[in-house]
Design a protein around this ligand. Sequence first.
Ligand code: XIL
Length: 453
Amino acid sequence: MTIQTSSTRLVFLFSFLLVLFSCGDKEKIEPNTSDLIPPSSVAISNISDNAFRVDWTSVSGAEGYEATVARDDSFTDLVQPYVDLRENGTGINVISLDTSTTYYVRIRTIIDGEKSAFSTTVNGTTLGAAGAEPTNALKDEATTFAVGMAVRVNNLSGQYDAIYKREFNSLTAEYEMKMNIMYPSQGNYDFTRADAIVDYAQENGMHVHGHALIWHAATPSWVENFSGTDQEFEDMVEDYIKTTVTRYIGKVRSWDVVNEAIEDGNGQLRNSVFLQRMGTDYIKKCHQWVREADPNVLIFYNDYNMVSSNTKRNAALAVVDQLIPEDLIDGFGFQMHISYNGPSKSQIANAAKDVTDRNLLLHFSELDVRANPDNNMTMLTETRAIEQQQKYKEVVEVYNAIPTDSKFALTVWGLKDNESWLQNFWGHIDWPLMYDDQFNIKKSHTGFLEGLQ
Ligand code: XIL
């Protein structure tokens, strides 16, 4: 009995020590060795022209994974930001890729801060742009109005040239037909760049929308600081307008005469040097000089926030209403620098009606659609690209539905996202146009086509 008891005790003590020992041992050896393995399988799916999805099998005990994407299978040409990109789940969308390009992907597991070996490398090739979005030419699909593009002299060759000829039948100079370029110093006109744009359009059977004879933001300093009398100032402006308009008779279909004459907020006439020197009817005078120089050219008033600000639109309409009875205006340009999330389709339609009810031509003159107005994105996501596509579609639907007699043109303010004026204007990245940085057609272009259905 005594012996039995003491041997039972011994066995118990031994088992207890064994358990203790093995517990300590287990804590020391369990992680990081046998379990620290890469995912056994990695797969690419949902390949488009600029994105694909990568999924991998989970690894037991993993606290996360690292994904790396490269353009070569030895992983020297790495694709940012997919370089050792930490992920907690077992899949990622790889976006903003080039078309028709092969990408290589590998994954490793992280446990307790330690990284496994790399998984097997998998690869996928993005589609060609033509396969992803329809390439129908805008000007072929828009049969009742012109499709315009803002251009620069330095970008009239190569891929620009090919796309302009295929897609557009109207051009606007983005900045080279403004006063600071065409009339840089008193008595010295310089039409070199304006001529180049007009000649290019002529050679390719395109309209030219002249933009813009008078604009406070493109007024040369010699005009801002004009040293003569008010009468001399007015004579100078008359000479400038008549010289310019006469030069392009039969070549320029329409002119924005005074651009952005209304102040933001209060709807007053902008306090420009033209208002100060020529008085409150300076717009009428300028329109009159255009009519006298070329009785056939179409005369437009052009401004921004014409949809989003009722105050500003009504102030512009009040100016326009003084010109209509004297036959000194033919059309109204809404610049249409808008965002993916506004203004709404009905707001755009209502504002358009204010113009078409007056039997004026309506020009959507500088369309771009910001995808990143809140500056919280570093790349254009699929979701946002689709939202932007929807806004392009709505704009075109509204324009396509206005009365035929008011149809004129829908002009887009630039070709490629990376060259949009908005990058500088807002000081951060955006993707507001219909072509990406590599001349690939974007979903927004598809939205334009859809709006014509
Ligand atoms: C912008 C051009 O895009 C820029 O290249 C230039 O430096 C400044 O002007 N409203 C207008 C356009 O009427 O003329 C402006 O174009 C954009 C805002």
